[in-house]
Ligand binder design. Structure first.
Ligand SMILES: [Zn+2]
Length: 498
């Protein structure tokens, strides 16, 4: 509220904001959630598509085990309980980027429930509760600019259609835009530590909606909330929340009623505008997805994923306090970035098995191709979003460390951009029409990783070790292609899915 008068600020101060955040996070898988199309940002529009993610009649989804594993990593890293049975559901609505007419999501029985993320508060840390984490597929993307014909019509790119997402829904535990910002910063750090996502907001890997209401201080009942969408940076989340708080207080003070609705943040005008009256769950006609069985997760699988997690920011923070005797808050700032906390060592080196070598290679591959796209000046996804996207840079009064942009993923990018010893992972290795990756394939890949002792020895060997692991990943990927034998499945879309 840069423009608010001092008097109005006093009025606003009589109200307590109640804020909950819904964070959508793209998982760093090789393939989409229900088909084996490539999950990669920046490719030419409609090149990573198949009948499943185009929603063609008769195409059937098959769940990616890798996506479930990453979603579980996120759930366990945020202290959620992973449910042994969760159910995929159809969320029905129309939009031009949603060819099926529904999105496969989870509704009544999500993957994980009731966890928390710790944020700084008054020199210490407090918990912001996570209500649920569920899995869902992303929709395609409408392209409104960047083409010669953009003045007359819009295009649709289905490369993003079917990319695996998790939605992390917080309880309405946040009480200011600063806390919302701190929560996002802490959540992003956890997701980066757990190697779940690259959390790149500019590329849409991390998206946030905010539910905001206000109530007179000292009262218990929640006010009517508005949901704000289109928040493409942490800074805009904070600005939009502040704007929305002031708008709602002004309405109440002038005797009007806040209505429940969805509002869009306009970063250029620095205001929210009504988009539609808030839809209710029954508007979506959720029902269990008939093409997918319940997702059953064994305790062994959960424990295996739990064991594979690295030390997370909160644990590292406590250890730093205990070992080095530094204040809790300082330790919190230090551990926001894994790169900083581990003394400049690149994060992937310390990760076990698949999570380290394969994903490190995958990330390198993805980044390099992405940069190549940039150089060639090709069309980029999210043209509109890139303009306004920016981190929350300047230090802020209360929590200077948490106000700064903390992006270990960005640091890793430098490493990922260098040429690797083994050259490329083979192009299109995932696009065989044997097509949908069935449960167990990722496990196969996992078991082919070097045994623990050998791996541990390499981890001590620094750069040479990383190079060797990347090389082995590459060799294994080549072997996989050779062992697959001749193409035997149907050719689905010539030149795309074969
Ligand atoms: Zn597909």
């Amino acid at each position: 509220m840069a423009t608010a008068s001092a008097a109005f600020r006093d009025v606003v101060a009589r109200y307590e904001p109640v804020i909950g955040l819904e964070v959508h996070c793209q998982l760093l898988t090789r393939t989409k959630l229900f088909c084996s199309c490539r999950n990669r940002f920046g490719d030419q529009p409609n090149t990573n598509v198949c009948p499943v993610c185009l929603g063609l009649p008769g195409a059937l989804p098959v769940l990616s085990r890798e996506a479930v594993t990453l979603a579980m990593r996120a759930a366990l890293a945020t202290h959620c309980t992973v449910q042994e049975t969760s159910i995929f559901a159809r969320k029905n609505y129309f939009y031009p980027d949603l060819p099926k007419g529904y999105q496969i999501s989870q509704y009544e029985r999500p993957l994980a429930t009731e966890g928390y993320v710790e944020i700084p508060s008054g020199g210490a840390f407090r918990r912001v509760r996570v209500q649920r984490i569920h899995m869902e597929e992303d929709a395609g993307k409408l392209l409104h600019e960047g083409f010669p014909w953009s003045g007359e019509k819009s295009g649709v790119d289905f490369n993003r259609s079917g990319i695996p997402l998790i939605e992390i829904v917080s309880h309405p535990d946040l009480r200011s835009s600063e806390e919302a910002h701190d929560y996002l910063t802490a959540l992003k750090a956890v997701l980066l530590y757990a190697e779940v996502s690259d959390c790149n907001m500019e590329e849409g890997s991390l998206r946030c909606d905010a539910n905001v209401s206000v109530r007179p201080r000292g009262t218990e009942a929640f006010g009517t909330r508005a949901e704000i969408k289109n928040l493409n940076s942490f800074r805009n989340v904070a600005r939009a929340i502040d704007h929305e708080i002031a708008r709602q207080v002004a309405m109440i003070e002038s005797g009007r009623k806040v209505v429940q609705e969805t509002r869009l943040w306009n970063a250029d005008k620095a205001e929210t505008a009504s988009m539609r009256s808030k839809e209710e769950a029954h508007d979506y006609r959720y029902f269990p997805e008939p093409d997918l069985p319940p997702l059953v997760i064994t305790r062994e699988w959960i424990e295996e994923v739990r064991r594979s997690l690295p030390e997370l920011p909160a644990g590292k923070r406590r250890r730093f306090v205990a070992e080095y005797g530094i204040p809790d808050y300082d330790a919190g700032v230090l551990t926001l970035s894994r790169e900083v906390a581990e003394g400049g060592r690149a994060a992937p080196r310390r990760l076990p098995g698949e999570a380290g070598a394969a994903r490190g290679a995958r990330e390198a591959h993805r980044r390099r191709d992405h940069h190549r796209q940039d150089r060639q000046g090709r069309l980029r996804e999210d043209v509109g979003e890139r303009g306004g996207a920016e981190g929350y840079r300047g230090p802020r009064g209360a929590h200077p460390g948490f106000g700064r942009r903390a992006d270990p993923g960005g640091d890793r990018r430098g490493d990922g951009g260098k040429p690797r010893a083994g050259g490329h992972l083979p192009e299109r290795q995932d696009q065989h029409p044997g097509l949908v990756r069935r449960a167990g394939h990722e496990e196969d890949r996992g078991t082919s990783q070097p045994p623990g002792g050998e791996r541990a020895a390499q981890e001590g060997a620094g750069r040479a070790g990383l190079k060797n692991r990347l090389l082995r990943t590459f060799c294994f990927a080549r072997r996989r292609r050779q062992y697959r034998g001749p193409d035997s499945g149907p050719v689905l879309i010539q030149g795309r899915c074969t």
